[in-house]
Design a protein around this ligand. Structure first.
Ligand SMILES: Nc1ncnc2c1ncn2[C@@H]1O[C@H](COP(=O)(O)OP(=O)(O)OP(=O)(O)O)[C@@H](O)[C@H]1O
Length: 242
């Protein structure tokens, strides 16, 4: 494994009964990198994320995670990330731990996601965006090094979504998290990712560098166009195995 590699996907294949979800996928994700997986529905994005999370086993190939860097583990956040309705926001993070360090850490994370005024609220008193911010804080409680995001902003309105994108980016960069985001939104991928992987036909993928400056909408738009072309083209014009 290269020194800077955090997640190495080696020739992964995944078959469900007779259905091929993934075939021969290779990918190197570097420490601190933000990678987006995009592509047609059914292209295997969520499958790849679940394999990285260790929630499922590959049919062939392997996934190596740099354990020397992963002091804790991999954390995953979903679109429908259920908070426990009978616990307050802070309890959803601390799981009612009485340890002062757990409570302190939970408060710091609530501060990070700008919800410190909501610590004693219950989930049904929160908006959709606020719930997702709690879910993000909860995912960060164990100080993961790798954050896997499966369409976490899909249910949010455009404005809340944009704010959450900025918040997630800010946190991921500040904490040097290695992040893999599955999204249907090509603009979101172009805005957020250092690197975009277009998953096609369960076998092919195309990679393009994301924009370096998200404050430049023109640059983001150009990347999004390039990615859309790659998704829609019969054969992607650039093929690269990492
Ligand atoms: N648990 C499962 N059992 C059987 N087939 C599955 C299972 N999970 C995924 N598949 C199949 O594997 C393929 C890839 O699915 P996956 O959910 O990874 O795609 P996706 O790119 O995330 O799709 P979407 O964008 O629609 O969420 C699909 O053909 C799907 O039907």
């Amino acid at each position: 494994m290269k020194t800077n590699t955090m997640i190495k996907v080696n020739n992964i294949g995944k078959t469900y009964n007779n259905q091929i979800a993934l075939q021969s996928v290779n990918l190197d994700i570097h420490n601190g990198e933000f990678v987006a997986l995009v592509g047609m529905s059914g292209g295997g994005k969520s499958t790849l994320l679940r394999l990285i999370a260790g929630l499922e086993k590959p049919t062939s190939g392997s996934i190596d995670i740099d354990k020397t860097k992963s002091k804790s583990l991999v954390r995953m956040m979903f679109q429908e990330d259920r908070l426990l309705p009978w616990m307050t926001v802070i309890e959803n993070l601390s799981f009612k731990s009485k340890k002062p360090e757990d409570i302190k850490h939970a408060k710091e994370l609530l501060d990070l996601v700008e919800l410190n005024d909501y610590a004693d609220h219950y989930p049904n008193q929160l908006s959709g965006g606020q719930k997702q911010r709690v879910a993000l804080a909860r995912a960060l409680m164990t100080d993961p090094e790798i954050l896997l995001l499966d369409e976490p902003l899909g249910a949010l309105d455009a404005l809340t979504r944009r704010k959450m994108q900025d918040l997630i980016l800010d946190i991921c960069k500040k904490q040097n998290l290695t992040t893999v985001l599955v999204t249907h939104d090509v603009d979101e991928a172009a805005r957020m990712a250092d690197h975009i992987v277009v998953m096609k036909d369960s076998t092919n993928y195309f990679e393009t560098d994301g924009p370096k400056d998200i404050r430049n909408p023109g640059q983001v738009g150009l990347v999004a166009e390039k990615v859309l072309d790659a998704i829609l083209e019969e054969k992607p014009h650039v093929m690269k195995t990492a």
